[in-house]
Design a protein around this ligand. Sequence first.
Ligand code: SF4
Ligand code: SF4
Length: 333
Amino acid sequence: MPNILLTQKCVRSCPYCFAKKQMNENDGGEVIKWEDLVYLADMFAQGGCREMRFLGGEPTLHPQFADFLAYSLTRDFSVTVFSSGIMSDKVKEDIRRVYKTIPQAAKNVSFLCNLNDPELSPPAENKRVEEFLEEFGAWVIPGFNIYRKDFSLDFLFRYINRYGLKRSVRLGLTHPILRENNSFIAIPDMKGIVDRLLGYLPQFMQYDVTPTLDCGFPMCLFSDEQLGQLYKATKGAPKFTCGSPVDIGPDMTAWACFPLSATHRKSVYEFDDYQKMTAYFNSFAAGIRQEAGGIFKECDSCSWRKNGLCGGGCAAHMLKEIDKEGGVRAFKI
Ligand code: SF4
Ligand code: SF4
């Protein structure tokens, strides 16, 4: 499911940021044009994709954000907005107007808010986030990116209960970004992360909140008992695979996913249609995985990997090393 970057600007500077490379390489002023958004809507609709996923930076900084939201809804797309929740009063007013004037907004818009631990964030930032959650909490899916070994999820349960957020949490393991410096969880630290995360399962069960793992968690770091607990908490759907979501920048350049954004970029206009674009990046991701292998030497002979149950961790870890040794080779696709 492709992500569309409406802007390359942000209101925060999270140390793990997946979009860091894009934002550092641009002056921050570039925003997607109206005609390109319409082109993507046509392309997605033709390809049977019914969801628009707006990312940034902070997508609500786009001067036409609310118009994009309204336009997508009237074309029967559902819209997921990846936002920090930090936005101006004017943008909030515009969002209110969309909810008031477009009946399908209540059902078809959600905000995936990547929330940072308030203990580690500036108070002024926390205040803005909480104001957003207070008003729009019913449409918010909380997300949290794990980039420290001593992370805490306590605040998420507090926010979910206090502001009536959706009862599901997207948990991301932070990955390195090729040719960029960001904070991420190193391979030797991952087992500790998994154990700490599983320590929160009783709270997930107690508050009826479903944890959702984002890509790149290695399956073998979970014991059989932990896997059983996770299957129960996630209602049978934990995923350990590596997919290629496809990210599309404001200049209509596409790449496989943020950690791989330094390599194999193509203009959306080079593809005849949606199917060809997604097939290209899926094939690229499969090629990358073949070259890079998995994050452990055991991945090469792992039956879970052979059976497609685990992707072998995030390819960006191995590609960083391959890149140091002489560059990521060009794949023939
Ligand atoms: S593919 Fe690699 S990371 Fe995944 S379960 Fe197997 S050994 Fe672990
Ligand atoms: S390489 Fe795979 S696991 Fe890593 S971020 Fe991209 S899609 Fe996710």
